[in-house]
Design a protein around this ligand. Structure first.
Ligand SMILES: [Zn+2]
Ligand SMILES: [Zn+2]
Length: 420
């Protein structure tokens, strides 16, 4: 690839190819709102040390709330900890929560809440896109050292088929024991008819397995593997409310950031972002179609764990137990609430992208989306012209754009190529 083109796609990336939702301060999530008396405080309030899902002006408010029912709520894992990056209730004036809960469960003193990382048009992600959005991150392109077009094809890297889930996991054990979370060993499980659709995207690099229970066929899909970075497609985003940056040392709870291995003490929590390959990117392209195909997410938590044992040995033990279990995924089993999925995406399912954007991001969002579509059209035309000028083919132009994560532009290229 010529250097001019490389700098062009790097530019695309830097201008924000990943569209982030603005995060305004949410009084409750930012711990300024007392859960007992409802007063808003100018300073951060102390929280319940067990769950961190509520905060109070003082001991009196805490005591009152405890007897009003927080005791049970806390034990039953009613709500996840308050966190400005995991806002599970609609903010005033907004119709939907920014981080809707699609699945939740607790077991052996550990709680797990599953949300999604979605985009305005709810498209699934590409393997060709980088997991980490920093200034050095770049999509894998033909021409990158060590990556060939065949590699990309073998891994189906240009198919929009990665479902990105955000999983918050918290330790609320009363025996003070630390638990070991193994993010890389998490799986999503499909069943029945959806298994067939999920398996369509299977590649040689994935460790997808199937198993049968009561005549039903299940697919067990691990966290997608990135053969280019040689890592599972996951990120530890946040530990106890502190966002992890790539250039700073992770907190002691993070035992292995690449594999999402975390040692959580009681009260501690972490947010993992993990990607799973669901389908082939053909009929399943949207977050909601992918979510409909999965029944459960599993996340291994080991309590107690022998701190002096190496993590490699612990992981190997886990893998062995896993094999023994007849491929039934081990770990905490979190069932998806399909009604919650349907409710969150209903406008898009019925009315398409624009209807989804209008109900989730307002008129401002629709305008921004229109602007971006115009911009994409312009970029696509420029790319078409450039490739034609060099005697390039339609396929090459498409591969270039898909490799740079420019899915909209690629679609428009198909249209512009035919026109003159
Ligand atoms: Zn209060
Ligand atoms: Zn509590």
């Amino acid at each position: 690839m010529q250097s001019t083109e490389t700098s062009a796609w790097q530019g695309e990336w830097e201008r924000g190819q990943v569209r982030r939702r603005p995060r305004t301060v949410h009084q409750r999530a930012a711990r300024h709102l007392c859960s007992s008396c409802g007063r808003i405080s100018p300073k951060k309030l102390p929280h319940c040390p067990t769950c961190r899902s509520v905060c109070y002006c003082d001991r009196e408010c805490q005591r009152a709330h405890y007897y009003k029912g927080h005791k049970e709520d806390c034990e039953e894992f009613l709500s996840p900890p308050l966190d400005v990056t995991f806002v599970t209730e609609p903010i005033e004036g907004e119709k939907y929560a920014r981080d809707p809960i699609f699945a939740q469960h607790h077991q052996d003193g550990f709680g797990c809440w599953v949300s999604i990382k979605t985009s305005p048009h709810c498209e699934l992600q590409l393997l060709a896109n980088p997991t980490r959005a920093n200034k050095d991150a770049h999509p894998r392109l033909p021409g990158d050292p060590g990556v060939t077009l065949d590699d990309l094809d073998n891994c189906n890297a240009h198919a929009s088929n990665l479902l990105t889930l955000q999983v918050l996991v918290q330790n609320r054990r009363k025996d003070k024991k630390t638990g070991l979370v193994i993010g890389s060993q998490s799986r999503v499980v499909s069943f029945g008819k959806s298994t067939e659709d999920v398996l369509k995207g299977k590649t040689t690099v994935d460790g997808v397995t199937t198993f049968r229970l009561d005549e039903q066929l299940f697919a067990s899909v691990p966290v997608a593997y990135d053969p280019f970075d040689k890592e599972p497609r996951l990120l530890v985003k946040n530990v106890d409310g502190i966002e992890l940056k790539e250039d700073t040392r992770p907190p002691p709870a993070v035992k292995n950031a690449e594999k999402g291995i975390l040692a959580l003490r009681p009260g501690q929590y972490a947010i993992l972002q993990m990607q799973y390959r669901v389908g082939d990117g053909g009929s399943i392209r949207k977050d909601w179609t992918a979510l409909r195909l999965v029944q459960t997410l599993t996340l291994p938590v080991i309590v107690p764990w022998e701190e002096d044992r190496s993590l490699t040995a612990i992981e190997a033990d886990f893998a062995r137990d896993h094999a023994k279990s007849g491929a039934t995924p081990l770990g905490m089993r979190v069932m998806f609430d399909q009604d919650a999925v349907q409710e969150f995406f209903k406008d898009g399912i019925k009315g398409g992208d624009e209807a989804h954007i209008r109900s989730h991001y307002g008129e401002k969002g629709v305008k921004k989306y229109d602007r971006e579509t115009e911009e994409a059209k312009r970029k696509s035309l420029d790319i078409v012209k450039e490739f034609r000028r060099r005697g390039g083919t339609l396929e090459e132009a498409l591969v270039f754009q898909l490799g740079a994560g420019m899915t909209d532009e690629a679609l428009l290229t198909l249209l512009h190529w035919e026109e003159d």
